[in-house]
Design a protein around this ligand. Structure first.
Ligand code: FAD
Ligand code: SIN
Length: 535
């Protein structure tokens, strides 16, 4: 058993920023960060476009950033939260710059930041490092963490379940006001042993769940583990129907996992969406054309593909300056060339792919979940910022802003709580080694097919009903396997993905309207007020 003051699950921007801020405020606390592969592997690492923050105050303002965020969120953002994020965002960005993060500057001598534009933004406000912004931010956070003595990062530890009163033999329900978290059980992937991490306060920072769909820009770590663990621990989960599909993943008939992203910043730079004959089509859908918010662009591409029977649409960059393009998007350029597409000569084939989970563990403005002693930060949360659709490049910003709030709150609360006594070790009795790994891989494939076919960009009641029926079978089979075999990361991921698929489909079925990222042809209009918290 490991005893720590603070347990943080996840080493992306949410987890590491929270760890650094707590450690700086309280060098006397022991902070353990668990991460299921290596410290640098996360959604954060792959962020391309950048981080949105009001920087050029002569033309931009927090009011404009606020309006753009609310507009994208299609009526479901929490305005208080939006105000917090757009107002405090620039200070948090300056902080990571002070820790060593580099963002591109203009070529002129004034040294101003080269602010990019993405869909739904009325001004240029995206700070970026080429098309490798996330890599640069993750690098900075790892280097900063390494310098801090009271943070220990444990790699290859897979958190399996959060510990609550349930593990002491008490019945726990989602409506109980006093559920408490005492730490987590985590599988040491090197030894195969499930270890107990007892903590005074726990922070879930496990990122998104893109792997629940067949085509996703998210790396394989994004299996929604934190949301699923919190759900099983009886935390409140909300807005799971709002799954963001990025309009422009590189079309890839070979089925790569993940699919490669062609950043929205390419459209901000002048790339134009066209059909296979080179004709623009976005003006039929929105006055902002290729730079409309993502829900609109992804649906437009999906619709054009369906009416034409095509497998992709195209992004035309041939008119752009080659040197500038390569300077801004070296990774995208290289990737295209590696598969035989020269963006300066050929249109880039693109198709929508699952990209971001707007819903998640419900938190308040301090990052508190509905479970005591449990905070959550980053993509696994539903803070109220994104509403029905996230504005591009608001995610890295949200994680930094709430990491700051959590640290502030946590260092005050921690002195009032002690470690819980009597937590039992994980009981692995009665389980045998899994012999049929193929059952797990096949179930993951089936799950992705179900979600992609029936709960994708365009939904109907019949499709969602079919998805729920199929998911129930998968759930039963997987629970049997879980209770009868030795636990492996693959089995845990399957189980978590089934929980996520259920939450997305149930929430989508409950929302009898179309709004933001949720589009149901049986209810094409908006309704007054619907809340999708699953009890
Ligand atoms: P992550 O960065 O995903 O970190 C999650 C961590 O939790 C990882 O370390 C993972 O290993 C760990 N973990 C997960 N489960 C477990 C477990 N069971 N046990 C132990 N550890 C676990 N957003 C923007 O704002 N701007 C962009 O330009 C942008 N571009 C993007 C491009 C791509 C290709 C992708 C995929 C996303 C992009 N996003 C962007 C979204 C943004 O990157 C993510 O929302 C954000 O980085 C999430 O940070 P996080 O800390 O919440 O999670
Ligand atoms: C992109 O670069 O297009 C992704 C930006 C984001 O998801 O915020």
């Amino acid at each position: 058993m490991t005893t720590t003051d603070v347990l943080i699950i996840g080493s992306g921007i949410g987890g590491l920023t929270t760890a650094i801020k707590i450690a700086e405020a309280r060098p006397d606390l022991r902070i353990v960060v668990l991460t299921k592969t290596n410290e640098g592997e996360s959604n954060t690492r792959y962020a391309q476009g950048g981080v949105a923050a009001v920087w050029d105050v002569e033309v931009d303002s927090t009011l404009k950033h606020r309006e753009d965020t609310l507009d994208a969120g299609d009526g479901l953002c929490d305005e208080k939260v939006v105000d917090i994020v757009v107002t405090e965002g620039p200070t948090r960005v300056q902080e990571i710059i002070d820790w060593g993060a580099r963002f591109d500057r203009k070529a002129d001598n004034k040294g101003e930041y080269d602010l990019g534009r993405e869909g739904g933004h009325s001004e240029n406000r995206i700070l970026h490092y080429k098309d490798l912004t996330g890599w640069e931010m993750q690098r900075t956070l790892i280097e900063k963490t390494d310098q801090i003595k009271n943070i220990e990062v444990l790699e290859h530890y897979f958190a399996v379940d959060l510990i609550t009163q349930h593990h002491l033999g008490y019945a726990v329900t989602r409506l109980m006001p006093n559920v408490e978290c005492y730490g987590a059980y985590a599988l040491n992937k090197q030894t195969g042993v499930i270890e107990t991490f007892l903590s005074r306060i726990t922070v879930v920072a496990t990122g998104g769940a893109g792997q629940v769909y067949r085509a996703t820009t998210n790396p394989v770590i994004a299996s929604g583990d934190g949301i699923a663990m919190a759900y099983r621990a009886k935390a409140w989960i909300e807005n799971m129907e709002f799954v963001q599909f990025h309009p422009t993943a590189l079309y890839n008939p070979g089925g790569d996992n993940p699919v490669f992203l062609v950043s929205e910043a390419v459209r901000g730079f002048g790339g134009i969406l066209k059909d296979n004959k080179g004709v623009e089509f976005m003006e039929k859908y929105d006055r902002r054309k290729s730079l409309a918010p993502r829900d609109i662009v992804a649906r437009a591409i999906d619709n054009e593909m369906k009416i034409r029977g095509e497998e992709c649409m195209y992004l035309d960059c041939r008119h752009l300056d080659k040197e500038h393009f390569i300077g801004h998007f070296p990774t995208i350029y290289e990737k295209c060339v590696s598969i035989g597409i020269d963006p300066m000569q050929d249109m880039i084939p693109v198709t929508p792919a699952c990209h971001y989970m707007c819903g998640g563990i419900k938190t308040d403005t301090k990052g508190r979940t509905s479970i005591k002693r449990l905070f959550a930060v980053g993509e696994c949360t539903s803070t109220g910022l994104h509403g029905a659709n996230r504005l591009a490049s608001n995610s890295l910003l949200e994680a930094m802003v709430f990491a700051h709030h959590i640290a502030h709150e946590l260092v005050q609360e921690i002195d009032t709580v002690t470690h819980k006594a009597g937590i039992p070790d994980w009981n692995a009795g009665g389980t045998t080694d899994p012999k049929e790994m193929v059952l797990i891989t096949q179930s993951i494939k089936e799950l992705k097919e179900i979600m992609s076919s029936y709960v994708g960009i365009v939904r109907t009641n019949v499709r969602m009903k079919r998805a729920l029926d199929r998911l129930w079978l998968l759930h039963q089979e997987t629970e049997n396997l879980y209770h009868s075999t030795t636990i492996s990361p693959q089995l845990c991921e399957l189980r978590n993905l089934i929980n996520i698929a259920y939450l997305v489909t149930r929430s989508a079925s409950m929302r009898r309207e179309s709004r933001g990222l949720h589009y149901n042809t049986d209810y094409p209009n908006k309704q007054e007020f619907i809340q999708t918290i699953i009890l």
